[in-house]
Design a protein around this ligand. Structure first.
Ligand SMILES: NC(=O)C1=CN([C@@H]2O[C@H](COP(=O)(O)OP(=O)(O)OC[C@H]3O[C@@H](n4cnc5c(N)ncnc54)[C@H](OP(=O)(O)O)[C@@H]3O)[C@@H](O)[C@H]2O)C=CC1
Ligand SMILES: O=C1O[C@H](COP(=O)(O)O)[C@@H](O)[C@H](O)[C@H]1O
Length: 498
């Protein structure tokens, strides 16, 4: 479907007074509106328990947009499409009022009964809301009825299964859009283009030419006010089960026969299925964990954060090795690491190619020739860098490392849609390619559950890295024992050219 073809639709947003709605969803809707991707036929009903009215809600939406962008054209026209209804999701009567308002707006804006139900709420409410939407007739329209669900989708495989069964009573899988916001990031979506739109890479994309792949997602922030949630999650469930494994699957999957959502999903599922499963006995050979302690400049340790158990065993850092037992990837480690309170905010993928079979050149001072690297810069900078070796000017037999860089900057970056903007647009257009499907969720939970179980049974020697540093020693050792090392994030900067 072309971008201009976004159908008219009503968005019903549960959790309209919350943090996610304010920081991400309203600014994204505004950007879609400004770019002409929302037709005049759109309306949003915001719901939450707070006793707000339309005026208070519209001011709230306006403020959240104004805090996120300097451009504020047509803002009053934009917010006039927003309506608010106080609503407790566990109270049946509220759904009757919601249905009446939804039907009225359907008529007023000629929305054709198309509805997007966006659950920006704590996951324990997902099932109840889905049940009510069906029982109370909100899904009973002539148009589409799509359910957009935030993470986390369960906290392990059994809870995810239970949640899935519950929402499937009201929605078909094709109408369920499980958000993984990493899949909306420009450069994550670029993984497929890099692989499948370049004759250069795909022939080399296998265990004959690639020695290892490294994915790092580091954050400078700690847990902030989310200690309560994070205590039940930790980095493994918060980042690895979803964002990190999704990136792994995009790198590892076979070429799909088309870029249709079903074809891509099929290949991602096959990749998940060929991940080597871990056992309680092997977990510690493949995965290590960390927790930040106090750092410089008064940075708190995790155990001192709000709503965190002072003896917490929760990991704020995970590094691991994922192996694929298939023809393409046998023997190639995919290393992943993610952590809070790291020295810098950065997400990068480094594809390290194997050394050339014989070295005809040498480097000054007996340095080793560097391997070729393909670096995909996901954030904060967006781009691609290819690390090559070239002849050192004036030296017949010496090489020097050079970088070919493409940085998604300037005009492009102004137009680069935010992850949420793209995902909301996709859900409105019915394109579920960049959402996680049930079988992917189930397979990634079954991979992660074993790790979680092994770690639950074993008290870790936490804290094991000071806040503001690069993580525990065990993370470096994980690669050293395979003869590799983590490529330092600052050395890989997209803008630094040799
Ligand atoms: N914030 C973020 O950056 C991210 C959030 N997420 C996910 O998004 C979801 C929402 O997160 P977030 O916005 O941070 O959460 P908040 O706690 O900020 O917001 C929760 C919302 O739910 C409403 N609410 C709570 N209980 C009820 C109830 N019984 N009936 C009706 N409304 C209720 C609250 O409003 P009121 O009190 O007025 O009822 C509020 O609008 C979660 O699943 C989270 O995991 C995912 C990625 C990032
Ligand atoms: O889903 C989550 O992601 C953020 C990191 O997202 P990013 O886009 O800033 O990289 C993380 O901070 C949060 O704990 C997690 O729930």
């Amino acid at each position: 479907m072309k971008q201009s073809e976004t159908p008219s639709a009503l968005t019903i947003l549960f959790g309209a007074t919350g943090d996610l709605a304010k920081r991400k969803l309203y600014p994204s809707l505004y950007r879609l509106y400004r770019k002409g991707h929302l037709s005049s036929g759109f309306a949003v009903i915001g719901t939450a328990r707070r006793e707000w009215d339309n005026d208070i809600f519209r001011e709230h939406v306006k403020k959240s947009v104004m805090e996120s962008t300097a451009v504020q054209e047509q803002i009053d026209e934009f917010i006039s499409h927003f309506y608010y209804l106080p609503h407790d999701v566990s109270d049946s009567d509220s759904y009757v009022a919601l249905r009446t308002l939804a039907n009225d707006l359907d008529n007023k804006y000629a929305l054709g009964g198309n509805r997007l139900f966006y659950l920006a709420m704590a996951p324990e409410f997902f099932g109840t809301i889905a049940d009510h939407l069906k029982e109370d007739g909100l899904t009973d329209t002539e148009g589409f009825g799509r359910l957009v669900i935030e993470k986390p989708f369960g906290h392990d495989l059994p809870s995810a299964q239970e949640l899935n069964e519950q929402i499937r009573r009201s929605f078909d899988e094709k109408d369920i859009y499980r958000i993984d916001h990493y899949l909306g990031k420009e450069m994550v979506q670029n993984i497929e283009a890099i692989r499948f739109a370049n004759a250069l890479f795909e022939p080399l994309w296998n265990n004959r030419y690639i020695s290892n792949i490294q994915i790092t997602s580091s954050e400078t922030l700690g847990v902030e006010e989310r200690g309560g949630y994070y205590e039940t999650s930790g980095a493994l469930k918060d980042m690895v089960q979803n964002h990190m494994l999704q990136m792994v699957s995009l790198l590892a999957m076979e070429p799909p026969i088309s870029l249709q959502d079903d074809d891509i999903r099929r290949e991602k599922v096959r990749a998940f299925r060929s991940m080597r499963p871990l056992t309680l006995e092997t977990v510690n050979d493949y995965f290590v964990r960390g927790q930040y302690g106090p750092g410089e400049d008064g940075m708190l340790g995790y155990r001192e954060e709000l709503n965190v158990n002072p003896e917490s065993n929760t990991e704020t850092y995970v590094a691991g090795k994922v192996m694929f037992d298939n023809f393409r990837w046998a023997g190639v480690p995919f290393y992943i690491r993610t952590g809070k309170r790291m020295p810098l905010k950065s997400t990068k993928i480094v594809v390290q190619f194997k050394d050339i079979p014989m070295n005809l050149y040498y480097r000054p001072d007996d340095q080793e020739m560097e391997p070729n690297l393909l670096v995909i810069h996901i954030q904060p900078e967006e781009g691609i860098t290819l690390h090559l070796n070239a002849k050192r000017a004036g030296h017949q037999l010496q090489t020097t490392p050079v970088k070919l860089s493409y940085a998604n900057s300037g005009v492009d970056v102004m137009n680069t849609p935010e992850a949420y903007e793209k995902l909301i647009h996709d859900a409105m257009r019915g394109d579920s390619t960049n959402f996680t499907h049930w079988d992917e969720v189930a397979l990634s939970w079954s991979f992660v559950d074993v790790i979680a179980e092994a770690w639950r049974n074993e008290k870790a020697a936490f804290p094991n890295y000071p806040a503001g540093t690069k993580g525990p020693k065990a993370s470096d050792e994980l690669l050293e024992k395979d003869g590799f090392f983590w490529w330092p994030m600052n050395m890989l900067d997209v803008n630094i050219c040799n």
